[in-house]
Design a protein around this ligand. Structure first.
Ligand code: URA
Length: 433
């Protein structure tokens, strides 16, 4: 088999078979296929797409490029969740303890933030003492004992995806549905879950800007899951503005604690309850969506979710006092209020610039391995549909460094204010099973 023939076949719109896809993925992973040929191949996929069968073969080829976690030592149906990425997305911090409190084992591997999106691991590390590096035995024991452990991705899971993603990032081939779907699903399948709930973000701050693209991505991932005998459900949720009020690390933990104690912003609560309900249904705890939502809302109001959060933090060595007193979380030295220079209604808050402004304040990284300032971030004071008067505070910027004009300017430009109250944005657009 010759790589050039496979590039040509894809370029001309033909489907590749399993052997051909395995050849490309293993050749690139073991460096017999150079970057320039893989770049051409990825661009051919970008333009020609892949059918479900090819996408499933690509997913499996990436799964088989590295280790596969064996979680059979964990009792019960292990349900993983994954968000396709957004700004202010703290759902894992909320649904993890919530579904664990309902009895679903959560054995989750998460990542760190990069660019305008944050990462669950950085957020958890803003809790003093929290250890994200457990051995496999500690991880399994903790899930069996407390129903929840969240650790940093370790081991040699999906090395092909890591290499391919790095190349996609610099060849303008990230935004391709088969490439995104196979990248996400390969990691979830290699992580060893029995069932997968996907939170597919849709809107200006997401990879998928339109509902039809979000549906196509969701359907592709559900089909891959089904083809590989993993129960997979995809929920399409809004990312036309940041999720909730807080964007950063410690401040997102604070907001997650609020939701787990039965309070919190309505859109964030609804997103979390929906994801959690489908996770508990996939985990065999409830059979009906409304029944699941009622029970989960009861755990939020009744203290069950907060008790689980404390157990989880304690099990991983974190300071549990932050749960009752979030003031103990890292706090920034410098704060700047961004005020409105006009009156009207918030029409939109572009999520990506908010994420970029938070990154520039120190909450995220421009490049891998940079340290983050856990106390840095942004607190939104207004959301889409809110009325503002001239001089009202739109958001507060937090940082331990000097807050420069660039971040406040970017944040200011993220807000669009107009004379009419806009139509309310849906929180959940669709569920694909
Ligand atoms: N997230 C992933 O893990 N992979 C992609 O390709 C896009 C988002």
């Amino acid at each position: 088999m010759r790589t050039v023939d496979l590039i040509q076949k894809k370029r001309d719109g033909y489907s590749l078979n399993k052997e051909e896809i395995d050849f490309i993925v293993s050749g690139f992973t073991n460096e017999t296929i150079p970057d320039y040929q893989m770049s051409a191949f990825l661009m051919a996929v970008y333009f020609q797409g892949m059918d479900t069968e090819e996408t499933t073969h690509l997913t499996l080829a990436m799964v088989n490029s590295g280790d596969i976690m064996d979680l059979s030592g964990i009792h019960g149906i292990k349900v993983d969740k994954h968000s396709t990425g957004g700004v202010g997305d703290k759902t894992s911090l909320i649904v993890g303890p919530l579904v664990a409190a309902a009895g679903v084992p959560v054995a989750k591997m998460s990542g760190r933030g990069l660019g305008h999106t944050g990462g669950t691991i950085d957020k958890l590390e803003s809790i003093e003492g929290f250890n994200v590096e457990l051995t496999k035995e500690e991880f399994i024991d903790q899930v069996n004992k407390h129903k929840i452990a969240i650790v940093s991705q370790t081991g040699n899971l999906t090395p092909a995806d890591k290499k391919i993603y790095a190349l996609r990032d610099v060849t303008a081939t990230v935004n391709s549905i088969p490439l995104i779907a196979s990248s996400i699903m390969s990691k979830k399948i290699a992580s060893g879950a029995d069932a997968i709930v996907l939170d597919v973000k849709m809107g200006s701050g997401a990879f998928m800007k339109t509902l039809s693209d979000a549906r196509e991505l969701a359907e592709t991932m559900v089909q891959i899951g089904k083809g590989l005998n993993k129960k997979t459900i995809a929920i399409i949720t809004d990312m036309n503005q940041p999720l909730g009020y807080e964007v950063g690390n410690a401040n997102e933990i604070k907001e997650a604690i609020e939701v787990l104690s039965g309070q919190g912003e309505a859109g964030l609560v609804k997103t979390c309850l929906t994801v959690a309900a489908y996770m508990t249904m996939a985990g065999g705890i409830y059979t009906d969506f409304n029944q699941a939502c009622t029970a989960l809302a009861g755990l939020l109001r009744g203290g069950g979710a907060m008790a689980k959060l404390k157990q989880f933090i304690q099990a991983q060595g974190g300071r549990t006092a932050v749960v009752d007193n979030p003031g103990l979380l890292p706090r920034a030295q410098n704060h700047l209020e961004l005020k409105s220079d006009t009156a009207g209604y918030i029409q939109s808050i572009a999520a990506e610039p908010v994420g970029i402004a938070a990154m520039l304040l120190g909450a995220g990284r421009k490049t891998k391995n940079e340290p983050v300032d856990y106390a840095a971030g942004i607190t939104l004071k207004k959301k889409v549909g809110d009325e503002v008067k001239h001089g009202d505070v739109l958001a507060v910027l937090h940082s331990n460094s000097t807050i420069n004009r660039q971040s406040s300017q970017i944040l200011n430009n993220a807000f669009a204010i107009g004379p009419q109250r806009p139509e309310e944005l849906p929180v959940v657009y669709d569920v694909i099973k």
